[in-house]
Design a protein around this ligand. Sequence first.
Ligand code: UD1
Length: 437
Amino acid sequence: MSEGPLSRPLTGTVHVGGAKNSALKLMAAALLAPGRSVITNVPDILDVEVMARLLERLGCRVHVEHPAVADLGAAATDQNLSGTVTIDVPEELDHEAPYDLVRRLRASISVLGPLVARCGRARVALPGGDNIGSRGLDMHIRGLELLGARLSIEHGFVVAEVPDRLAGANLWLDFPSVGATENLVMAAVLAPGTTVIDNVAREPEIIDLCEMLGAMGARIDGISSSTLTIEGVDRLAPVTHATVTDRIVAGTWAFAAAIAGGDLTVAGGCAHHLDIVLDKLTSTGAAVHAADDGFRISVSERLGSFDVVTLPYPGFPTDLQPFAMTLAAVSDGTAMITENVFEARFMFAQELARLGADLRTDGHHAVVRGKPCLSGAPVVAHDIRAGAALVLAGLAAEGTTTVTQSQHIDRGYPHFVEVLRGLGVDIARVSVADVDR
Ligand code: UD1
């Protein structure tokens, strides 16, 4: 660690609400039980609206509500602005998830398992979502087939049919895929008999989903381990369930303090879900302390660098890799970053290089040599995390940084600009016409 310019230190409190990657799946899980389910602590982001529209197309009535505040700037740093989604699920669901909605939201694929279980058939358009890699569906498809469904890809749709009925089976995943684990669990809870799924993902969002399913009446053993054993039941009941807090948003704020310097309290941030991340930050010179409801991170000097290898939970999360790369670009030392989960995440490296970062990529490795400061430039956000990381890189860059396609950021970060402004950052949303002028 050495002295160096830490521009625009961030001081104050940020509030972390419910996790996007959990709330969207909990909304899909509501499909499994006719009646009214209520999901609380839902983040105020575009993806939740898109998922709500999708559930409506499947026959549900959905109401999304967030706290109304007079001054969003002040409220964004003072309180958790998460809201509530109320979903009325009919006895008879429509079974087709159309392309116009699915292409806007990768997580739409998580209606596949519930539709197969509830309707015995599904037509789900192949998803779009972030530009971070090919994102295969082979494990979803293979697992559902072993449970008794027949699947095919036809004209851009995943088409599933259950010729007889679903039945419990022994399944395994080649890789602990988050999405495949979720879809298979949601199908298996209504499949008669015993299903054992090996090598499942163990992310906190999976545990959250299993806990909601348990409250609905599902019988799932081994929650938070690598093997889930599920006894199928005939019917589930609707529930009210609070979404787990967003570890990726909490981790983003930890990196924000690490990159810009300062003293941030991350209220609602679960330090335990970020063990490996906070430990890395501590090893480079950041001071991290547990706070009443969350954690506090203080950074008063330029940090040292650290190597990163992304892995399924509890390994270093791929969603925080762009932030680690940004920190490495301004830290004192050289870092090796290895991306094992999404091959295209390094598209972000090209944008970071436009801000003057000294880095080289080779396959799924990147070597980043830190320098005291970056240099502001126009850059493009290719996905949610890359967009937020480019904004944080702008905090450590001399001059003005303009991030276009910033709508990606709004898909994952509630009121990102307002929160940063509340922390004293000189940041504004401008229309594309103003950027081009
Ligand atoms: C979810 C998260 C994403 C996070 C990722 C890993 C949501 C909406 N998104 O994505 O933010 O980065 O978990 O923590 O929750 N794969 C296959 N075949 C399959 C399934 C996956 O090859 O059938 C591959 C994917 O292409 C990818 C890797 O496995 O390379 C991991 O994917 P997965 O864990 O399924 O991530 P998602 O559920 O898509």
